[in-house]
Design a protein around this ligand. Structure first.
Ligand code: UDX
Length: 447
């Protein structure tokens, strides 16, 4: 009989995982404590913007016309415990307030509220990003609480999905990593992932700590790559070099590779910043803090970029105060194809200029609602053209395709001063200069 799967936590990761499991042919029950979220999902609506996710959901949610009906939702942990053979824990692990460490309370609560109802054999699989050592602790807690005793087991299966590509990354993962303690657990997970395994996704079996570490070290490596090229951008600025050409040339070395070498205002979002901080905090607890002191530098190179963008803007406005200056900001989300503004470098820069007296007007294709909620005091426009109207300087801070397709000549006619600062090195300097703009980018020579 086909496995039945539950997904606990239907946020970004969980909603995608639940829909993907239904797409792979399983009966799926999604569980969340937020009733409004469950009501939305039941109607086939996704609480965030993610390309392809709503379509996938509507293809499977029970009660939607023409859907497979394999996907249902509930707020009742007892129902989930009764339903599932495999339970995936997909709740978030945010940074603790005022500390580097990550907040495990959602994972702990999710596991505990499920465990006490587990009266039959099942596998509980953690997907959330957690400090190394958590799986060990949670396995003990599970054994303590589950009425089915030894019949219930834990495994750890980190998730590597990228926002904007979540559906694709979940259905066709570039690797599947499972931390297991028994052959039975491995076998069950091979069954869950039979389709991607058959398509060639590598399946890596490890112990608990290694599985947990794969995720945090992968994100640390990516953050390091971005901060490396941003450090080179600083050197290029000082030496008159061009970081875009430098990255292109470095990328031809296939030991280095060209991905994640885009210099600009740096990384943000709900993962990289908090994950490297939580990793440092955990290494400290383990007495291995020296091994990760370099991440402090990675973090500070990254955070410095935001201030440098503010200073570049000040300089473009002739130096001195921002008072009375009109600044257009294109982009609010932490990356394109997402409506996520968590720790967004773009909004951070917009906010800093606003707090220093600049009149900032922001436009983003998908992030307006979330941006307004986080920074209600900034100005917002309904289109890129409206944001640029009357601007003394334009900042390009999130590299949406829509911005690359703008007509620079038409925009030049509505700006007060046609000066554009490209914080993502994603616009074509020639095109903008030919249309009369002064184009400046981070780590590249002026005209
Ligand atoms: C990241 C990891 O990539 C993913 O594997 C993990 O599961 C979750 O965290 P995500 O947060 O969706 O995914 O974003 P990612 O595509 O990694 O980008 C992170 C940030 O780095 C963005 O702000 C992006 O603009 C920035 N970035 C990325 C750069 O500044 N330069 C680059 O070259 C690449």
């Amino acid at each position: 009989m086909a496995l039945k799967i539950t997904v606990i936590g239907t946020g970004y990761l969980g909603a995608t995982h639940a829909a993907a499991m239904a797409e792979l042919g399983f009966e799926v029950l999604g569980l969340d404590v937020v009733t409004e979220k469950i009501a939305m999902l039941q109607r086939g609506e996704v609480p965030m913007y993610e390309p392809g996710l709503e379509e996938l959901l509507r293809k499977h949610v029970a009660g939607i016309e023409g859907a497979s009906g394999r996907l249902r939702f509930t707020t009742d942990p007892a129902e989930a415990a009764d339903f599932g053979d495999v339970h995936f824990i997909c709740v978030n692990t945010p940074q603790k307030h005022g500390e580097y460490a990550c907040d495990m309370s959602y994972v702990d609560t999710a596991l505990e509220s499920l465990a006490k109802h587990l009266t039959k054999a099942s596998l509980v699989v953690g997907k959330s990003t957690v400090p190394v050592g958590s799986a060990d602790r949670l396995a003990a807690r599970l054994a303590e609480l589950a009425p089915a005793g030894d019949e219930v087991e834990l495994a750890w299966n980190p998730e590597f999905l990228r926002e904007g590509f979540a559906v694709q990354d979940t259905l066709h993962p570039d690797r599947i990593v499972v931390g297991v303690r028994s052959e039975r657990a491995e076998k069950l997970l091979r069954e869950v992932y039979a389709t991607p395994i058959a398509e060639g996704s590598p399946f890596v079996v490890t112990d608990f700590p290694t599985a947990e570490l794969v995720k945090t070290s992968a994100n640390s490596f990516l953050a390091t790559k971005i901060s490396f090229i941003n450090a080179m951008a600083e050197v290029c600025e000082a030496a008159g070099g061009d970081v875009v050409k430098l990255a292109e040339a470095l990328g031809h070395d296939d030991r280095i590779g060209k991905k994640f070498l885009r210099a600009g205002i740096g990384f943000g979002g709900g993962c990289l910043p908090k994950d490297i901080r939580a990793f440092m905090a955990r290494a400290g607890e383990l007495g291995a803090d020296q091994a990760l002191t370099f991440l402090r530098e990675i973090d500070s190179i990254n955070m410095r970029r935001r201030g440098q963008m503010v200073e570049m803007t000040r300089e473009a406005l002739g130096g001195g105060s921002f008072l009375g200056k009109r600044v257009a900001v294109l982009g609010a989300t932490f990356k394109p194809d997402s409506d996520d503004v968590r720790d967004s470098p773009a909004l951070n820069v917009a906010g800093q200029i606003h707090l220093q007296g600049g009149q900032v007007t922001v436009y983003d294709p998908k992030g307006m609602v979330n941006a307004r909620r986080l920074f209600p005091t900034l100005g917002y426009a309904d289109t890129a053209t409206d944001a640029v109207r009357g601007a003394d300087v334009v900042l390009h801070l999130t590299e949406w395709r829509e911005f690359r397709e703008l007509d620079p000549a038409a925009l030049a006619s509505v700006a007060t001063t046609p000066v554009i600062l490209d914080g993502r090195n994603a616009l074509d300097p020639q095109t903008w200069r030919a249309a009369g703009w002064t184009y400046r980018a981070m780590g590249r020579p002026a005209a």
